[in-house]
Design a protein around this ligand. Sequence first.
Ligand code: G16
Length: 543
Amino acid sequence: MIRSHPTKPFDDQKPGTSGLRKKVRHFARANYAENFIQSVFDVVDRGDNATLVIGGDGRYHNRAVIQTAIRMAAANGYARVLIGQGGILSTPAASHVIRKYRASGGLVLSASHNPGGPDEDFGIKYNIANGGPAPESVTGAIHARTLEIDRWLDVDAADVDLDTIGTATVGEMAVEVIDPVADYADLMEELFDFAAIRKAVAGGLTMAFDAMHAVTGPYAHEILENRLGFAAGTVRNGTPLEDFGGHHPDPNLVHAKVLYDLMMDPELAPAFGAASDGDGDRNLIIGKGRFITPSDSLAMLAANAHLAPAYAGGLKGIARSMPTSAAADRVAEALDIPVFETPTGWKFFGNLLDAGMVTICGEESAGTGSDHVREKDGLWAVLLWLNILAATGKSVDQIAREHWARFGRNYYARHDYEGVESDRADALMAELSASLGDLPGKSFGPLTVAQADSISYCDPVDGSVSENQGIRVLFEGGSRVVFRLSGTGTQGATIRVYLERYEPAGGRLDADTPDMLADIIAAAQAIAGIKAHTGRAAPDVVT
Ligand code: G16
């Protein structure tokens, strides 16, 4: 029997860059998750006999929300729900399952790279039938619905056993608990030359993969150790834990420092090191003695993708988010294919991928992916790197050096100021916006501003316009600084400052990044008055 529960709207359920993210305690309040899920069900396209995928990264509160979502889906007329065993589906695996089983959409329960546990973060994101994050037209409709919702529906049913693969019935709806790894691992085996990688492994290729106690552990065990033959122990921290072992599952140089230190150790480092985040969509790539920035990784993967079977026919185009360095643009130019610059957020790549205009996409925030799914995909990037290493027999360092010698090098860093009072961060951005017209022609040390603007994006496929997507200051000679507020935090505001300097082929290609960026960092301070606004003398995280 369907039950209708009266409720009142919450005024803070506007989805951010990647869905609704809040502290667990905030999410666990009466009606909070229910209102959001009901708002999704009330507005999304699903037709008759719809299938819904529910996946999560295994963080604290995952199982409780899954049981709620199952009862609500049954009351809202879904015919079938697919759930990963244990409530687990990495975000890229969820995207694949939505596409493969022709689901009308999916609920992805994750706060990505944010910490987990009773005092940490939780999130819900809705993905549409193409497997990708809902576009702004849909998230806008969901948000509007949250502001007027007055009831949510469920059925009276016991919890489903999430740990046993099989089928159950809730109300009139079928619930299928599926193997979360198999479909995804099979897809990877179709895309990449597993035989060549296996041969390289047998020939001595070694690696360390840090799953950060997050969702990729089971995927990495199956693919890297079982299918590709890497030694047991290659996958570290491979058991998903509800609190990620108390760590921050963000694969960057700060939170994956143990891996970084290992890879910089000339005696102990394996040939290749990688990590992934809470929900498995981000990646960190480090060769022995050589860290690869996410922006460079996108460019190097694009330049070498033809070595993997799925991309042997070439790429249709490349897309990158605006704060991502322009390294990939030079590859696109050499390949004579188009490059698209989108706002931050994977959802902006969806239309380009669906329209067949691009094959590979990437973001500075450690996300890279292709048209195989509609999410960024951490293990996919790792496997494409492995495929390239196996096909060329070169080291990561060699591939990087040869790339820079050919295309030049985009020195790049991101400075994050975290937990800033929202008012102060807003004031900084407002003042910066107001000063944009005065900046062109002004000099900061050796740098002169060529152009300064606030980014707005017109989607080339559907013509939709997204405004205020960050502030960009371009200097003469191709250096650049971008300022934007993070859309994924749950506490105060995070100011992100993206710094980039291009050094052409034949220039200084092996200098230290902080040295190369020093003038731009000083200019960014002067332009935005970060210290005056935030009281912070230095960023909290540099990646
Ligand atoms: C999400 C989006 C990414 C985006 C990132 C930006 O990542 O999926 O496409 O690059 O947010 O984060 P911020 O707004 O904090 O800079 P994720 O991994 O959190 O889903």
